[in-house]
Design a binder for this molecule. Structure first.
Ligand code: FES
Length: 91
């Protein structure tokens, strides 16, 4: 049985916030990556500000409980692979 995974990407607009640091582009990039890999057990969601934008854009992966900071679009494939690779199946 595969597990369900959610990737929360902060794209909150405003000066100094994740949206101004590329959060919106990152959100789109994560969605493209997950859709391109056809992973039905994963969802990419826009996250609200968690007051970590000094390190933004920030990404949170549930249920792995892992935070990523200062994420760039180039890092998206590696993050998706780490958390959503097909071989990561729980029984
Ligand atoms: S705007 Fe992203 S953590 Fe605050």
């Amino acid at each position: 049985m595969s597990r369900f995974c959610q990737i929360f990407v902060c794209a909150t607009p405003g000066e100094g916030r994740c949206g101004a640091k590329g959060g919106g582009i990152l959100l789109d990039r994560f969605r493209e990556e997950v859709e391109g890999r056809d992973i039905p057990s994963a969802m990419v969601l826009r996250n609200a500000c968690t007051r970590r934008h000094e390190e933004g854009p920030v990404v949170f992966v549930y249920p792995d409980d892992v935070w990523y900071t200062r994420v760039t679009p180039d890092e998206v494939p590696e993050i998706v692979e780490r958390h959503l690779a097909p071989e990561r199946v729980e029984t």
